[in-house]
Design a protein around this ligand. Structure first.
Ligand code: PAF
Length: 286
């Protein structure tokens, strides 16, 4: 696996990989890698195959804990970092290139450009975390410009983030296919997340309820209950079990606008705090 830390090293690595593979797919991450990230790597290799026939595409992963997507009171300082462990996992997973820029590479002195995002970025996470998607969109646009991948893979786990990035890539005519990869769950249903390590054992035992509540709301709507009633029952169940619910909602897939119609075009999304950890999850609504 090639490792690049400077723009020059990255340019050399990308040139070498393109000569060998043709196509290149990118998995942007903030590190603290878990099984969910490793699934993104295999989705990257499979789905980008089309752009680099007959060879399999090269797969690159970036690791950068992006300060601009954290609010002043958020957990940037305590976000888990494990570079050596991450590099070992990427190499074992067959990653071809790890891109490890530092802050001065991503935000050079005098930088003055940010991407303003509207539409799908406005509600939910965008409302709970002002400036978050501005930071995400900006860093992802920079990564696209640096690595110039044919395809980039993001987890469905951060559903709203995926829609914001899709919208940005379309609006700015960025020549990259944005691909979503299914949520990876533990056997008890808990969606994998780097922040799960901060759950205490009793919280960890309760955390899968978020997924159970989403599934129950989906099933209740399929059985004829109104979205409003199904979501109210879900919020009550979460609160009874010690969660503080930020939102539990039914939204249109791409716009994230609230809807009361479950079906192929709608997603159930949730964010709830359990102790000091904010859990996010989502499922198809039918
Ligand atoms: O989902 C993440 O890990 C981050 O938001 C991303 C897309 C790597 C941007 O920093």
């Amino acid at each position: 696996m090639l490792i690049a830390r400077t723009r020059e090293e990255l340019a050399d690595a990308v040139t070498a990989l393109r000569a060998r593979h043709g196509g290149l797919a990118l998995v942007p991450t903030m590190g603290a890698l878990h099984a969910g990230h490793l699934t993104l790597l295999s989705v990257a290799r499979e789905t980008a195959r089309a752009v680099s026939q007959p060879a399999a595409p090269a797969v690159a992963a970036s690791i950068f804990v992006n300060p601009t997507q954290f609010g002043p009171l958020e957990d940037f300082g305590r976000y888990p970092r494990d570079e050596a462990g991450d590099l070992g996992k990427l190499a074992d997973a067959g990653c071809d290139l790890a891109w490890l820029p530092d802050v001065s590479v991503m935000y050079p002195a005098g930088d003055a450009t940010f991407i303003e995002v509207g539409g799908p970025a406005l509600g939910w996470e965008g409302a709970a975390r002002p400036g978050h998607f501005r930071g995400v969109a900006t860093v992802v646009a920079k990564l696209f410009g640096q690595v110039r991948p044919d395809a980039a893979v993001f987890g469905d786990k951060d559903w709203q983030q995926l829609q914001v990035i899709r919208r940005m890539a379309a609006d700015l005519s960025l020549p990259v296919r944005v691909i979503g990869a299914p949520v990876v769950r533990a056997a008890d249903g808990l969606a994998m997340s780097s922040r799960n390590r901060f759950l205490t054992p009793p919280e960890k035992a309760r955390a899968p309820l978020l997924y159970a509540v989403l599934c129950a709301a989906r099933d209740a709507m399929a059985g004829g209950q109104s979205a409003g009633d199904a979501l109210t029952a879900g919020r009550d169940r979460l609160e009874e079990n010690g969660f503080v619910t930020d939102y539990l909602a039914l939204v249109e897939n791409a716009t994230l606008l609230q809807t009361d119609r479950a079906g192929a075009g709608a997603r159930l999304i949730a964010a709830a705090r359990l102790g000091g950890v904010r859990l996010l999850d989502n499922i198809a609504s039918a």
